[in-house]
Design a binder for this molecule. Structure first.
Ligand code: FES
Length: 105
């Protein structure tokens, strides 16, 4: 099973097992890490699963949809590494992925 490395706002890094076919948001939520609310449950309508992807992993994380980009536009924390965790699908390609949970707006 792919492992992903998630850093919280407090700077703690956790190693999570992420089931292929689920999402980065689901792995973080299921692990109960602080700072990721995922209020809409993963349907790309709340932006409370905002993460910053390690620069070396941006390409592997896949393309961002227009809807995702529009939602992220509402965040003051958006930067070039921003993604919504619920829109990053776990595959074996993402074994070793590193993300940081974005601070709340
Ligand atoms: S959980 Fe709501 S946009 Fe990702």
């Amino acid at each position: 099973m792919p492992q992903i490395f998630v850093t919280t706002a407090k700077g703690e890094t956790h190693t999570l097992n992420a089931e292929p076919g689920t999402t980065v948001m689901m792995a973080i939520r299921d692990a109960g890490l602080e700072g990721l609310l995922a209020l809409c449950g993963g349907v790309c309508s709340c932006a409370t699963c905002h993460v910053h992807v390690d620069p070396g992993w941006m390409a592997a994380a896949g393309e961002m949809s227009e809807d995702e980009s529009e939602l992220l536009d509402g965040s003051m924390r958006r930067n070039e590494h921003s993604r919504l965790g619920c829109q990053i699908l776990i595959t074996s390609k993402l074994d070793g992925l590193r993300v940081t949970i974005a601070d709340e707006d």
